[in-house]
Each structure stands twice: as structure tokens, then as C-alpha cells.
Design a protein around this ligand. Sequence first.
Ligand code: HEC
Ligand code: HEC
Ligand code: HEC
Ligand code: HEC
Ligand code: HEC
Ligand code: HEC
Length: 439
Amino acid sequence: MISCILKTQSRFFCAFLLSLVVSFGALAQEGASEQADVATKGVDPGATAGAEASTGDPAVISAGESLFKNNCAVCHSAGSDVIVGPGLQGVTERRSEAWLLKWVKNSQALIQSGDADAVAIYNEFNKQAMPSFAFSDDEIKSILAYISSGQGVTSAPAAGPEGVTAGESVGTEAVGAASAIGGYLDIVLVVLIIVLIVLVVTLLLITSLLKNYLNKNRTLNEYDTEVVNQRFDFSKVYKSKAVRALVLLIFVVVLVDLSIDKVMGIGIQQGYQPKQPIAFSHKLHAGDHQIDCNYCHSTVYKSRSASIPSANICMNCHSQIKTESAEIQKIYKAIERNEPIQWVRIHNLPDLAYFNHSQHTKVGGIECQTCHGPIQEMEVVYQYSPLTMGWCIDCHRETPLNTEGNEYYDKLVELHDASSKGAFTVASNGGTECSKCHY
Ligand code: HEC
Ligand code: HEC
Ligand code: HEC
Ligand code: HEC
Ligand code: HEC
Ligand code: HEC
């Protein structure tokens, strides 16, 4: 009788221990990769800090140097060589500081304002748009300090970006969020471990108490005494049916979980990530080098669809950059043969649905990332959102219209506010009517 209780008890105990070990392993691994993630993304924002306006300060110049190398050196030398854009030696004498600040932040805006110098240099360089940079004035001034210090003049032109410090201004926010989540997980993990240790210790105490009690109990027969005093035997754990059943169970659950994910995904292309003919990386271009989405997808604010860039746009840079790379050679081949690069299309709504990019990006002011996810971190693009009708409509129900500075909406807002207290959402403006999305 007692032996039976003890046996089952120890079985459960073993099973419990095993599941602990299994879940521990998984958790620990998750934690570790989480940390590794943060570590690889953990760029050093220190380079931009401390960039005060006083020129000539070596700290400012070196902050400027790292910003320049990571963001400008792909297209500019600090000397007089032309790479993609002009050599920047002496630029602080050619142009005023105010002009340079405006130019680096948004050269297109300056050109469109009709500034004569801006238009002239733009035309001189065949209207190649320089990307915009979301730098603070101090950061730009530190770059200018570096350029006018002359330190970069002797260094080789087109020096590749160094290390992972590129994309600081974009990266730090994301990294901050990632490490905040990482830190939170760490706390949960530690608490879990402590709770589990306490549990194990309590259980061990209980068994030893029971053992003592039973040993003192003289009514036990020989067999029972043997069972009570038996040592913990690992081969028994391994042979135990309960343990084997548990392992099998875990295996089956994981398998079922995976296949449910697959089955549910039929018809919905969320996560679709085809291999592309050229190993083009958004992380490298849009993330590390901060090339504006609009530089390549140039119709996304103007028209219904976002264009995929032609090989000529790649050539703006790759006629100079990484020319020896096998992947870049594929661009040259496509141009030689006068054939477009055969990019595999990822996002694709059925013909019955009407979607318009400019309506959402320009008029609605919605970020690309809201619908496409963290594209600037993707080596290979995948479909982030489900693109189902429910997804479109949910957002239309929740999102207030971007009516500010849009005269078209003024009257409508007045009418809405007079008749209803709720927010003036896309839906309240008819954004869930069938005909808006179906012809
Ligand atoms: C993708 C290539 C590219 C990158 C990256 C780039 N530029 Fe440019 N830049 C150009 C081109 C091309 C021009 C010439 C004007 C034009 O076509 O828009 C230019 C022009 C300029 C000019 C005007 C030069 C003059 O003589 O008036 C300045 C200043 C400048 N860039 C600064 C920078 C700084 C600072 C950075 C880094 C923060 C940077 N650029 C990054 C391509 C680039
Ligand atoms: C240097 C050029 C370049 C820049 C900059 C760039 N892209 Fe792309 N993008 C491409 C090319 C080329 C493709 C097609 C190959 C691929 O899917 O990777 C593409 C594909 C895409 C796709 C998938 C299109 C499909 O087939 O459905 C999306 C979405 C996208 N880009 C969004 C963005 C966003 C958002 C940004 C800015 C954060 C951006 N891109 C910046 C060149 C660029
Ligand atoms: C505004 C400049 C710019 C444009 C436009 C551009 N690239 Fe790049 N590309 C770069 C830079 C900078 C690198 C990184 C070079 C390095 O690592 O030294 C790069 C790297 C690459 C690489 C990796 C090469 C290797 O072997 O490491 C590929 C592939 C590539 N680009 C493809 C493309 C394609 C395809 C397009 C057109 C859709 C394109 N690029 C447009 C600037 C550009
Ligand atoms: C409101 C959601 C939404 C936003 C915001 C959005 N897109 Fe899209 N994007 C889509 C949908 C939906 C498709 C599929 C369109 C289709 O198949 O007709 C798509 C397709 C694309 C494609 C493939 C080519 C095409 O037009 O079908 C590219 C490239 C792209 N988006 C880039 C961008 C960029 C760059 C931005 C930001 C400037 C952006 N998108 C903002 C929803 C969005
Ligand atoms: C992230 C939120 C979001 C998602 C997702 C979204 N939309 Fe929208 N949509 C908006 C907003 C905001 C507007 C209003 C823009 C404006 O006119 O100010 C809008 C407007 C529209 C309009 C014009 C409505 C009108 O009243 O004129 C159409 C059509 C439309 N969306 C279609 C779609 C389709 C189709 C999808 C799914 C493939 C989709 N949208 C997904 C936010 C979204
Ligand atoms: C905001 C945009 C939007 C509105 C409003 C909308 N739809 Fe859709 N609808 C879509 C999109 C996008 C798809 C394609 C989704 C997919 O392929 O999963 C779709 C698909 C469909 C389909 C085809 C389903 C299938 O499985 O092929 C039908 C039928 C349909 N919608 C009917 C309607 C009706 C009826 C209304 C009005 C009550 C309506 N839709 C309103 C965006 C919209």
C-alpha cells in the first residue's frame, strides 16, 4: 500500500522535475537569445552624444567623423573626390551654415523652395536626390566641424561604413524598446526561477520528513523499508513510463501547434517571405544607411501603388559602390540585357479590392511601418499584416481621420461634431462602405 503511494508519488515527482528542466531549458534559451539580440543591436549612441556646437573641439570632430563615415561616406568624400555626390572639402566656405542644415535635413524641400544654389547643384548631379537625415542641428554641425577640420581629406574615399554604429538616430529608439522588453522578461525569469527553487526545496523537505516518519514507524515490513530508503536512480527516470509519456505529449503538442499555424495560414499570406533574385537587404539600405523609402518607392506618396525601383535607381549608387560583388554584378547583367530584375511580388490584394497608397501615406499620414512592419530591420522582406478585409475595416473603425490642415474635411468635422460625440474615424466618414473598397 505505502510502497504504491510512494511509487506514484515519486513518479509524479520525477515527471514534475523533468517538466521543470524542459521548461527551464526553453526559458533560459529564450532569455539568452533575447540578450544576444539586444547585444547585436546595441549600437553605441555615445558617438552622437556630447556633440556640442563649439567647433574645433576634438570630441565634436570625432563624433562628426563617426556620423560622416556611417551616413555620408558612401556618397561623399571629405576631400575633393566625387563619389556619388560632390567632395565636401570647403563646403562650409561655399555655403552658409543655415543652408547646410536645411540641405542635410531635407535637400528636396530646399530645392523645391527654389533656392538657386540648391537647384544648381541638384542639376549638376543629374537630379539625384540625396536622402534626408533626421539629425539634430548639433549633429550636423559636428559633421561640418569634421569636414572643415580637414582630417578626412587624406583618408581613402568611399571608406565603407564601420561597425554597426550606423543608423544610430533611427536605431536607438527601437533598441531602447527592445531592451525594456528584455529587462522585463529578465525580471519575470528571475522571479520564476526563485519560485521554482522554493518549490523544489519544499518538496525535498516534505519527502525527507515523510522518510523519517516512515523509518521510525515500526509497523513497516522489509519491502516497505527498502522502498522508503531507496536511492534516487536516474535510469529509472529514463525508463519510467510517465516520463516517456510526458516527452511524447510535449512533442505532439508542439507538432499540433505548428501544423495549426500552417493550416490557419492557408489563403492568408501573412509571413510570406519568398527568396529574391538579388540578395537586396532593406536592413542595410533603409536601416543602416537610412535611405528614404521614397527614394526607391518613389510613387508611394503620389499614386495608388508603390513602385518597385528599376535597376537604374540601384545604379545611382552601385555604379560606384561594391562593384565587385557578385550580387551587384546581377544588376549590371540585367541592365546589359535590358531586362527588368525579376523581383518576386510579396503583397498582393485580389483584383476585387481597391487600395490606394497615397490616400493612406500622404492624406492619412500613416507610417509605412504601421502596415508593413519593421521593414528597416528586415534582411528579406516578409508580409507583416494579414491584408484581409477584416484588417482593413478594423483600422478604419479605430483610426481618427487626419483632418488637420485639410480644408476638405473642415465642413465634415463640423457636421460630425454636431451629431455625435465619438471620434471622427475613417468609418464615420463612410470608410466601411462596400463601394469604397469594391468597384
Ligand atoms: C545616397 C548618396 C548620398 C548620401 C548618403 C549623402 N549625400 Fe550629400 N549629396 C548627394 C548628391 C547626389 C548631392 C548632389 C546634389 C543632388 O544631386 O541632390 C549631394 C550634395 C550634398 C551637399 C551639397 C554640396 C555642395 O557643394 O553644395 C552637401 C553639403 C551634402 N550633400 C552633405 C551630405 C551629408 C552631410 C551627408 C551625410 C549626413 C550626405 N550628404 C549624404 C548624395 C548623397
Ligand atoms: C535602395 C532602395 C530601397 C529602399 C531605400 C527601400 N526599398 Fe523597399 N524594396 C526595394 C526593392 C528592390 C524591393 C523588391 C525586392 C524585395 O522585396 O526585397 C522592395 C520591396 C519592398 C516591399 C515589398 C513589395 C512587395 O513585393 O510586396 C515593401 C513593403 C517595401 N519594399 C517597403 C519599403 C519601406 C517601408 C522602405 C523604407 C523604410 C523601403 N521599402 C525602402 C528597394 C528599396
Ligand atoms: C543611395 C545609395 C544606394 C542605392 C540607391 C542602392 N544601394 Fe545597394 N548598397 C548601398 C550601400 C552603401 C551598400 C553597402 C556597401 C558596403 O557594405 O560597403 C549597398 C549594398 C548592397 C548589396 C550588398 C552587396 C554585397 O555584396 O555586400 C546589394 C546586393 C545591394 N546593395 C543591392 C542593391 C539594389 C538591388 C539596389 C536597387 C534596388 C540598390 N542596392 C540600391 C547603397 C545603395
Ligand atoms: C494602410 C496600410 C499601408 C501603408 C500605410 C503602406 N502600405 Fe504599402 N501596401 C499595402 C497594401 C495593402 C499593399 C498591397 C497592394 C496591392 O496588392 O494592390 C501594399 C503594397 C506595397 C508595395 C508593393 C507594390 C504595390 O504597390 O503593390 C510596396 C513597395 C509598398 N507597399 C511600399 C510601401 C511604402 C514605402 C510605404 C510607406 C511610404 C507603404 N507601403 C505604406 C498597405 C500599406
Ligand atoms: C492602419 C490603418 C489602416 C489600414 C490597415 C487600412 N486603412 Fe484605409 N484608410 C485609413 C485612413 C486613416 C484613411 C483616411 C485617409 C484620409 O482620407 O484622411 C483610409 C482611407 C481609405 C479609403 C478611402 C475612404 C474614403 O472615405 O474615401 C479606402 C478606399 C481605403 N482606406 C481602403 C483600404 C483597404 C482596401 C485596406 C486594406 C487592404 C485599408 N484601407 C487598410 C487607414 C487604414
Ligand atoms: C476597407 C475596405 C473594404 C471594405 C469597406 C469592404 N471590403 Fe470586402 N474586401 C476587402 C479586401 C481587402 C478583400 C480581400 C481580402 C482577402 O483577400 O482576404 C475583400 C474581400 C471581399 C470579398 C471576397 C471574399 C473572398 O473570400 O474572396 C467579398 C465577397 C467582399 N469583400 C464583400 C464586401 C462587402 C459586401 C462589403 C460591404 C459590407 C465589403 N466587402 C466592404 C476590403 C473591403
